[in-house]
Design a protein around this ligand. Structure first.
Ligand code: TRP
Length: 468
């Protein structure tokens, strides 16, 4: 009954949206922050950030990552939100509407919808492993201090085609159900509830890890830079992570920006989200590295750090089983907010552009994803031998999105804003037509988005394609 009423009111809203009356959106300033932070915080903080930091020498990498975030990630995030709020449409239609006629900037939006599917294809699989680990750590019988045993448990999971697909579908059903409820009742309400829980869990686990004997070494690894470890590759990886982390380069922030309130302070909001996201990454590092060092595990395990090293680390500490359940719940919460924002890009497009009701648009998107995602889900089992450019589907989607699609998308969005849309419109949009007294911030932002961000992105792309 409840669901039916939801669906009915959803339909009414969609109809209203199509005649331009009442479009669903975020309702409060806090809701905007919760949803946007919910998008930024994700497996990027809990899975990618620690594993990449571990492989790239710790603190020195974090500094390069920080610079990439300030000069590339944050400016593109602000730009996307600004364009989205201006047009109040899905990502493709936003760029089409704001660009001069006949200039194909909307292609950047279309590339974004494609990127959303490719990211979700592998992201739902990793999220599926997280959900599986919550279940397994609650049911028990899963703890071992021996990485060989935890490694076997992980391999058993990912090489089992049925289990891989099943957990991915569980994830898709959960995300689909929330999205069907709409922007304010689904995305905003969920992230507003989950984000505080995430912080509490993270701090609790961080304290546990820091109070272990021998935790100091891990902390030093996180905070004391050794610049001899920094190479071009480090810079490339840091830039890719900065984009991935802030959900930029593919229209997510355009779509969310289109739900922002008219009076929202965009540069302020984006900066707060960026800082809070960084805090989550550092807290995740603090939860993980001291414990990894204290028990003498390898820091450079890479992507398997979360699923092989971490369980062994938790098994080594007192009350480890409880902390392990909490840790994977935390990872599941983080992944959920991020996936809502990824899927919202195609859902909004199908809903508004093709005039298909939101619930149906959600079902279409989820079914498409189950199909595309299955190639990633099966890439450690049935499809393990299928390689494209030497990558399995899983690695292909991960690599091409972070290193090519997101930076290219970000480059076009920056070029469009700086060189086509222009200074006057930017100043007007970001000062809320003069209501905010932040003109110098906006002017500095303008110089960065027009010159600095594009040049850095072009350099990184050329390097990524091995041209320089
Ligand atoms: N930022 C999320 C994370 O770090 C992932 C994510 C959500 C994302 N939306 C995105 C990445 C859009 C790129 C583009 O886990």
């Amino acid at each position: 009954m409840e669901l039916e009423r939801e669906l009915e009111s959803g339909k009414a809203k969609d109809a209203a949206a199509s005649v331009g009356k009442q479009r669903d959106g975020f309702t409060t300033a806090l809701g905007v922050i919760a949803a946007t932070l919910g998008s930024a915080v994700g497996l990027g903080n809990i899975w990618k950030f620690p594993s990449i930091t571990g492989q790239n020498g710790g603190a020195a990498f974090i500094i390069v990552y920080l610079i990439s975030t300030l000069l590339v990630g944050l400016p593109v995030m602000i730009t996307e939100q600004m364009l989205g709020r201006k047009a109040r449409k899905d990502a493709i239609s936003t760029l089409r509407e704001l660009a001069p006629k006949k200039q194909p900037w909307w292609l950047a939006g279309a590339a974004g919808v494609l990127a959303a599917f490719l990211i979700m294809a592998f992201y739902t699989e990793v999220a599926g492993w997280v959900f599986a680990y919550i279940y397994k750590s609650v049911v028990g019988g899963f703890l071992s201090t021996d990485p060989a045993v935890t490694s076997q448990a992980f391999v058993d999971l990912i090489t089992n085609p049925m289990q891989s697909l099943l957990w991915q579908w569980v994830v898709l059903v959960v995300i689909g159900a929330i999205l069907m409820m709409g922007v304010s009742k689904g995305i905003e309400a969920t992230t507003k509830r989950l984000m505080p829980i995430l912080f509490v869990l993270l701090v609790a686990i961080g304290i546990r890890s820091l109070t272990l004997e021998g935790a100091g070494e891990g902390l030093r690894f996180l905070l004391q830079p050794d610049f001899s470890k920094v190479t071009w590759t480090t810079v490339l990886v840091a830039m890719g992570l900065a984009f991935f982390k802030l959900s930029t380069g593919m229209g997510t922030m355009i779509t969310y920006g289109s739900y922002f309130r008219e009076e929202q302070n965009i540069p302020g909001t984006a900066t707060k989200v960026m800082l809070a996201d960084l805090l989550v990454s550092m807290l995740a590092g603090i939860a993980i590295f001291p414990a990894v060092f204290a028990f003498g595990f390898e820091v450079d395990a890479g992507p398997s750090l979360l699923f092989i090293t971490i369980p062994a680390v938790f098994a080594s500490m007192p009350l480890g089983n409880i902390f392990m359940v909490l840790f994977f719940i935390l990872a599941g919460i983080a992944a959920t907010g991020a996936m809502l924002s990824l899927l919202e890009v195609p859902v909004a497009f199908i809903n508004e552009k093709m005039h298909i009701s939101r619930p149906v648009a959600t079902v279409i998107t989820v079914v498409l994803l189950a199909l595309i995602g299955s190639t990633a889900a099966l890439s450690s089992s049935t499809l393990a031998d299928v390689k494209i450019f030497g990558f399995t589907f899983f690695d292909l989607f991960d690599y091409t999105t972070s290193n090519i699609l997101l930076p290219v998308g970000g480059l076009f969005i920056a070029l469009f804003a700086g060189w086509v849309w222009g200074k006057d419109r930017i100043v007007d949009a970001l000062t809320n037509s003069g209501a905010l007294k932040n003109e110098w911030v906006v002017k500095a932002f303008y110089v960065v988005i027009k010159f600095v961000t594009p040049v850095l992105l072009i350099l990184v792309l050329l390097r990524g394609l091995s041209i320089i």
